[in-house]
Each structure stands twice: as structure tokens, then as C-alpha cells.
Ligand binder design. Sequence first.
Ligand SMILES: *Cc1c(COP(=O)(O)O)cnc(C)c1O
Length: 390
Amino acid sequence: MKRFESRNDLALFGAPPAFAEPIHVGRPNMGNREEFLRYVNEIFDRRWLSNNGPLVQEFESRMADFLGVKHCVAMCNGTIALEIAIRALEMKGEVIMPSYTFIATAHALQWQEITPVFADIDPNTHNIDTDAVRRMITPRTTGIIGVHLWGRSAPIEALQAIADEYGLKLMFDAAHAFGCSHKGQMLGSFGECEVFSFHATKFFNTFEGGAVVTNNDDLARKMRLMKNFGFSGYDNVIYPGTNGKMTEIAAAMGLVNFDAIDEFVEVNRRNHILYSKRLNDIKGLSVIDYNDHEHNNYQYVVIEVLDSFPVERDEIVRALQAENVLARRYFWPGCHNMLPYRALYPHAGLMLPNTKIVADRVIVLPTGISLPDNAIDTVASVLRLLMSYE
Ligand SMILES: *Cc1c(COP(=O)(O)O)cnc(C)c1O
């Protein structure tokens, strides 16, 4: 494989980059500004900024309705939501999860002195491989965290069967999967609970935010206590807890974005279709698909660079970045290769061959409602130039 040396090799792209301003992966999707400002005025008038305010309550009930789940417990971010869910489920010892995910999934365990045990993925779906999960079970295993990577559902039924067989707690990190479905049912009601992130870069944001959703009354009650220092009414602490509360301003952003969900999906879907059309006939590249029989948020435009492509993945990313298209490697080199985990489990990679293959192949391209019109054509022309690079 030949190395691509510099953007000067791309004769077509002369001095200035194709875009004057950088186009990022994960540029926020934002709803209506006036609607948001109306909420801000309400908040000022009420002087109720946090502690389960009316907007958080409205957000939670709207979220539960939308997802078809009994309880939504809104929180300050997805990582705290994961930590609280893990603690409320009383996971301990070892918990099996994919290494191919955002580092927060692993940190939420390690932070509580639970060992994340990394299982390999299916190279076709990029989701956790259930045979690999079985191989990682030990007498210390107490749970499994499935991740709906890119918003495509993890193998839910097979994971539930393993959890039932071994008496393990199963929960899902659904940070990518807001607005996505599995067999027609919205993700959010599977396993013991599911955790969403509403970080600015996600499909749906509340600036920062997160939630745990569940059909389990006891679990929901426990998490409500945990996210508010264990307070049950004034002066009465009945549980150890932390501060995981969502603020009113975050909930306001969520309510505004709720009204724009259909638009966000439609723009992302159109972008995804156009990317696929422009890139899929480039030999050695493929755009991952979404199942059109499900609800998808199409937030991640993911391409895989195969060995037959003449230029290496990292060089492609550099070439796109030189045009100010800030494409990204994602979840490279896998959680198990990040310093804290590499130090603790230096041999984890031996069990993770598919994680390595996928982490070395993937590029995530920008999409979302602020993508400039010609960005997709520019990405396609850079990739076409690289395709013929010798
Ligand atoms: C973004 C993300 C998180 C963390 O959510 P924050 O709201 O940023 O704390 C956790 N898991 C996955 C898979 C994510 O993509």
C-alpha cells in the first residue's frame, strides 16, 4: 500500500482548503431559537433553575412517551447516567462489554472498581458478538452492558438469553440510539434499563445531558434517589447518592429539540443516502447501512476502508482534514488499548481480533443539519482522487 504524502499530491486541490471553516463530525443539531428563548424567559420569571423543575419533569414525561417506556430519569450527562444505572443494578466484580465503544462505557465501570471485561465484536455489525460474550463469562461476572453502536441495535435477544442463563444483569448503553428501533419497538425498553446521552455531539442534545429509562419501578425510584444525594424530601437522606441532576436550561433545549426530531432525521437520512450514492462505487470503500424497516437517526456516516483501497485510512483522514472536512477515526484503538486499560489488561487484545480490524478501518464523516450543501460532493471528490492515487 502506497503512502499518500501530502495534499499537494492532489493536484485538483490548490492553495486554500475546500472549506474556509472546519466542518466537524458531531456539529450540534439545534432546534428553534425563538422557542428556546421563550423557555429561557420562563426560567428567569420562575427562578427555578434545577432540582426537578417543571421543564425537567415535562422533558422526562415526553421522553418516556416517545420511547414507550414507563420511567425516564433525566440526568446531567450520559456518563453519570451509566454510573448510576450500574450502581443501582448492583453490578460488581466483572462486567462484560465491547471494547469498540466510547471510553465512557468502560470508565463508568472502572470508576466504581468493577472490572470491564472486553468482548469482541461482529465485524459486520460492529456490535458485540454473543459467542465472544459467552467466552468471557467467569464466576465473577455479574452483568453485561450491550452498546447499540451507531444506533444499530445490539443482539438484544441473544444477550438476554445469556443473561437469563447465567443470572446476569443486562443493560444497554444507548448513547447513539435515540430515536432508533429494534423490530419496530423504540430502543429504551430492553434489558433492565437503557442509558442515553444528550451530549452536544449526539443526534439529540440538551447541551450536556443523559437519562436512564426503564420499566422497572424499583430501579427508577432508586436512581431518582441516587441522582439527588439520596434525598427523600427535605432533611431526609435515605440512600448514598451523588449529584446527577439535569438543569432546567438543559431540559429546555431538549424540549425544543423534541419539536425538531423529524427534521433532524430527515436531513441525516438524505445525507446518508447521498453519501452512499457518491461513495459506494468507489472500490475499497463502503458506507455502512441502516435497516430501512427500522427507525434510525442516521447520525453516524461510517465508512470502512478495505485493503484494496490504495491509500491508508489515516492518510484519507488527513487528506479530508486538509480540506477542512474534519472526518474522524472512531473508537480507535479500542478501549482496551487506552492507557488505563492497557496497563491493567495488557493481553486483552488477544481476544479482540475483530475489534482491531474494525477500529483500523473506520472513518466517520460529518453530517447533521448544519452540513454545507456541497460537503458530500467534496468528500466524494477527495476520495475519488485518492482512489486513483499511485
Ligand atoms: C457519548 C457517549 C457516552 C457518554 O455520554 P456523555 O453524555 O458524553 O457523558 C457513553 N457511551 C457512548 C457509547 C457514547 O457515545
